[in-house]
Design a protein. Sequence first.
Length: 339
Amino acid sequence: MTDRPAVLLSAFADEAANHRTALEQMTALAAIGLRNYSPRFIDLDGSGTVQHVVDLLPEQYERLRQWHDEYGMKVTSIGARVGKVKLLDVDDGSHNAFVPIDDYLQGEVAKTIRAAKELDARLIRGFSWYHPRGTDPRDHLDQAADNIRQVVNACAEEGLIFGLEIEPNLVGETGPLLAELAQRVDHPSLVLIFDGGNVAAQNKNPVQVFEEYLATVPWLGWMHIKDYAIDPDLEWTGVVDEDRLKNFVPANAGDAGHELIFRDLRERLPEIVRRLNELGLPGFYLETEPHLKGGGQFGGFSGPDGMGVAVRALCSCLDYAGIEYSLRNFDDIRAERGF
């Protein structure tokens, strides 16, 4: 036994599947040794029809639960797209949609909550709305916080936790901005999701990424793990465009400085886990979302080989930092067989 602090490992399963079928997703993650995942895009029956998990029918959720039982998988969070819409109904040259908040709560948010309940998930991943391009996100904190508060209230009514992810081009695109949103919402059912790759992609070095991580710590709920190698040939314009989505790398190979983050996290984990346990959560998840073969606005792709590379890279970082984790082992197989 060890007294080192521990994390729970998870992954976005659709990144590990060439065709995004349920069979591929479950097989790839089980073979890598993971027990937890967040569903996002999925082809449930191998027909070639890929759906977002929040759009499934009741009988499709039942089939997915059967896959979970067969492969020994549990859902970490719903990999939702909540909050990836325009904050204001203005033409800013982007293709992002605008949906009035009342309609959004009754539509996308309600579907996402239904998916969480169907799949026995306590966590929902979401975002902080797109402010109009060319404007300062700080000018939109109040309205974004109001929208987020309404989403969090809807989640809390169903016993769910809403995780707000740091991501470029949104109101909460930096650690301090995300922390400001959390302060304004001020709700126990809101936690923050840090993603070092999403910060490094904004042309920031490891020290800057670490400082943004520190800003999120008081509300930290879980972390997405991807890394990013800054391309000096790409001029930084203040916006992360498609060209910049080609430079994601494993967690031990980029500019996010995960080794520095994890050494600090190791000391904070006992208190973070206690806080999460009080919310009824089993622990602190580190979830690979590596984008090693490409990323996009609503997802990314790594393939089964890329996901394996990403998980092994994460484990090497954790070993270096002295953080415990668990992958499937022979004792698990023996227990499944009744030995």
